[in-house]
Ligand binder design. Structure first.
Ligand code: HPA
Length: 248
């Protein structure tokens, strides 16, 4: 089944016909909220709002392990994460939608693995390609069919938040190879990989990163929702067609 993790600006899916909601408990604690089960164009999907349904959980307090575990345990095979980002690369301007293909991790203090404890042999996962190439392709194909422009590829830098970055931090991220910056990409992507889930992200650029474009002297937080709303409508159109792609 396809699971969708909605981020800022996407805490529900208008095109989802809800069948039921289920509170799940996991060995890692509680997910951000009840899982919402339903169908999009007759295909079964489950949905989870990463920051909770009232948007009250900040990025560093999201229980990523519980979220991924709950989706996995309920039968998810593919997970599409929707996330808002700031644009660093020149063509990643507000309103653009990007399907990242690489990730950088600047987070700290977040429980980031299922493989801790001493009772099992050490396990290392291959993380060369953090996002599933197949699922990325399905998203890009769906976007094309939905007539939504989507940028293919980019490096997503995950910062700790909840504060935004300084201009110098963005310059450093750019030197590191980052194209966009968000706060939730990790450890989510790695945890999905540990569970063997096919994981990809749809990143919506909602602002220029600090020091870039009209964020040269500060990020205009009030304009973010104006950018996010129409872009999230496009994301819903993409999701409406991704469900048609091959189920794994
Ligand atoms: N920085 C970090 N996370 C973000 C941003 C940003 O500029 N915009 C949306 N999420």
């Amino acid at each position: 089944m396809l699971a969708i993790i909605g981020g800022t600006g996407l805490d529900q899916l208008g095109n989802l016909k809800i069948t039921h909601r289920q509170v799940i408990r996991t060995p890692f604690g509680e997910p951000s909220g009840a899982l919402t089960f339903g169908t999009i164009n007759q295909h079964e999907v489950m949905f989870l709002a990463r920051h909770g349904y009232g948007h009250t959980i900040p990025p560093h307090e999201v229980n990523y392990r519980a979220n991924l575990w709950a989706l996995y345990e309920q039968g998810a095979k593919r997970v599409i994460a929707v996330a808002s980002v700031g644009g660093i690369r020149a063509d990643l301007t507000p309103g653009e939608i990007v399907i990242p293909d690489q990730i950088l991790d600047y987070t700290y203090g977040r429980p980031f693995t299922f493989f801790d404890g001493r009772e099992r042999p050490v396990i290392h996962i291959d993380f060369t390609l953090p996002y599933s190439p197949m699922l990325r392709k399905h998203i890009l194909t769906a976007a094309e069919k939905a007539n939504v422009k989507c940028i293919d590829g980019g490096v997503y830098a995950t910062t700790q938040g909840p504060r935004l970055e300084t201009k110098a931090e963005i310059n450093r991220l750019e030197r590191d190879g980052a194209d966009m910056v968000g706060m939730t990409g990790m450890p989510e992507a790695a945890l999905a990989k540990e569970l063997g889930l096919s994981y990809a992200a749809i990143a919506v650029v909602v602002n220029y990163a600090a020091g870039r474009g009209d964020s040269r002297d500060g990020i205009h937080l009030d304009s973010i929702s104006k950018i996010a709303e129409p872009a999230m409508a496009k994301v819903r159109n993409i999701l409406g067609l991704v469900v048609e792609s091959d189920e794994k």
